[in-house]
Ligand binder design. Structure first.
Ligand code: ADP
Ligand code: ADP
Ligand code: MG
Length: 477
């Protein structure tokens, strides 16, 4: 096993990765930008190296990060999610510098990073894909293809960036005018956001459920799945709440999990990854994309399988086989994860950075916090608005929902607006409780935004601050 690992990320995922490394006896190196020097991942690592003034660009600076790894004598680099995680040049340059990249090889990242190539690979492997086009050529030819596709498949039609991710680069066209317009806008936006202006079309599936399968693959030919997740509760095509398992009928569940393993084999997969599907209202499933990295919502899968996915990634990166076979995987209970962000749900989830005056997270049986903030932390405006993830486990679905409600009731963050009061509404909504949701949930439940902001009375706040200060800052994160 490696002696030292550099984590090329920040926030909760950097800390999450360090935890598994520490359990394996691996020393950890954090990197950070000057604009991020109060971030918690810096304090959690054995050493920390400043890689530039920031903001954001130095977390993307491949040369600096590789230099940091070399100067600290780290043997491997874990990219987390976002930033350089799905950048094939990074994976390649790590290897060329004699460092182990914790993730799949560059060719897999290239192929699966293109939604169009990924769809082709899967279609060739006999896997159903959402009906769609190839990359649209520019000019008249592209317009003709778009018109023919719209006539055949009908609206709505999704205009998608080939290199898109994180919910960005997706637009829904309801008619021909919008389609033409969105292709144009889509191209220039994709160029800016992903450095690649290619777009293509997909049939818009009406009110689908987003179902995905966690995959693990090692270098010895083993590919296994860790079951399903339902990540349908989304805003702006980005997940907010994820659950495991997805509660599919048994036959469908087995088919989708087997398909995901086939998809992983078809792409020569290595390390942890996720195969995403859309399920239409008649339970037909369609391949959507592969994420070649650890995902935000991996925690729910860890809860119901007991497997530490990052530990498996590190074993595989060190050339070892997975520690478990498919037969060793048992599924137990239900898990729910909430992404708690510094955003104002009432203002279309506008980011709301600022000073965290009070931070007290819940605990107890079946409650897991993956956090990266602390009391007194000033949230920089340059980075992701996620403060932490709250993941709960329940022996049954109902128990998980009850535990989530109880956890939210004792979660106290003051100083910035967060999504907590909104989540409190969701966990008491009968549709949520009955798992009656698809990707239209947030839009179709506007009444959940009608909550009163709970401001703890000043006296109570002062007592809490004093109590927490007496404990020392940040005892729970
Ligand atoms: P997940 O697929 O793990 O649920 P998200 O789609 O929310 O997670 O993405 C996780 C993080 O990675 C977000 O911060 C998102 O902005 C970022 N991200 C994902 N894909 C890309 C991409 N292709 N380009 C830039 N950032 C991305
Ligand atoms: P990203 O790379 O940004 O994660 P995805 O292709 O995984 O993009 O799509 C993100 C979300 O957008 C899906 O979970 C779904 O809610 C919605 N979506 C994407 N494609 C379609 C489609 N063809 N029909 C309906 N919804 C879609
Ligand atoms: Mg996706």
């Amino acid at each position: 096993m490696f002696k030292k690992l550099l984590v090329a990320n920040r926030g909760e995922i950097a800390i999450r990765i360090m935890r598994s490394a520490q359990e394996l006896g691996i020393k950890t190196v954090a990197v950070y930008e000057e604009t991020d020097k109060t971030a918690m991942h810096i304090m959690r690592a054995d050493e920390a190296i400043c890689i530039g003034s920031g903001p954001r660009r130095d977390y993307l600076n491949i040369e600096r990060i590789i230099q940091a790894a070399q100067s600290s004598q780290a043997e491997a680099i874990h990219p987390g999610y976002g930033f350089l995680a799905e950048n094939p040049a990074f994976s390649k340059q790590c290897t060329e510098a004699g460092l182990v990249f914790v993730g799949p090889p560059p060719q897999v990242i290239i192929d699966m990073g293109s939604k169009v190539i990924a769809r082709r690979v899967m279609a060739e492997a006999g896997i159903p894909v959402v009906p769609g086009t190839q990359v649209l050529p520019a000019g008249v030819e592209g317009k003709e293809i778009a018109t023919a596709f719209a006539e055949k498949r009908r609206f709505p039609i999704m205009v998608k960036a080939v290199a898109g991710g994180g919910g960005r680069g997706i637009r829904v066209a309801q008619n021909m005018d919008e389609l033409v317009k969105f292709i144009e806008i889509g191209r220039s936006e994709a160029k800016m956001a992903f450095g690649n202006d290619e777009v293509y079309l997909e049939k818009g599936i009406t009110n689908p459920r987003h179902i995905e399968v966690q995959i693990l693959a090692d270098g010895c030919g083993n590919v296994i799945h860790l079951g399903t997740r339902n990540c349908s509760i989304q805003r702006r095509h980005q997940k907010m709440i994820e659950i495991a398992p997805a509660f599919l009928p048994e036959d469908l569940c087995n088919t989708i999990c087997d398909t995901a393993v086939r998809a992983a084999r078809a792409s020569n997969y290595l390390s942890a990854g996720t195969v995403e599907f859309l399920l239409d209202q008649d339970d037909n499933y369609f391949f959507l994309e592969v994420n070649t990295r650890i995902q935000v919502e991996h925690t729910v899968t860890e809860m119901v399988t007991g497997i530490d996915i990052v530990r498996e990634q590190l074993l595989v990166a060190a050339g070892q086989p997975l520690s478990v076979t498919q037969e060793d995987i048992f599924f137990r209970g239900s898990s729910i994860e909430l992404r708690i962000t510094a955003e104002d749900p009432k203002s279309n989830f506008m980011p709301n950075p600022g000073l965290i005056e009070l931070y007290q997270s819940p605990g107890g049986h079946g409650v897991r916090i993956d956090g990266a903030v602390y009391q007194g932390y000033e949230i920089p405006r340059f980075y992701d608005s996620m403060l932490c993830k709250l993941t709960v486990y329940g022996h049954t679905w109902r128990e998980a929902v009850d535990r989530l409600r109880r956890s939210l009731d004792s979660f106290l963050i003051a100083g910035v607006k967060t999504t907590i009061p909104y989540y409190k509404q969701i966990v008491t909504d009968p549709d949520f409780i009955n798992r009656n949701f698809d990707t239209s949930y947030i839009e179709t439940h506007p009444q959940l935004l009608n909550y009163q902001e709970e401001v703890p009375p000043l006296g109570k706040l002062a007592i809490l601050v004093a109590e927490i200060n007496a404990l020392g800052s940040n005892p729970y994160a």
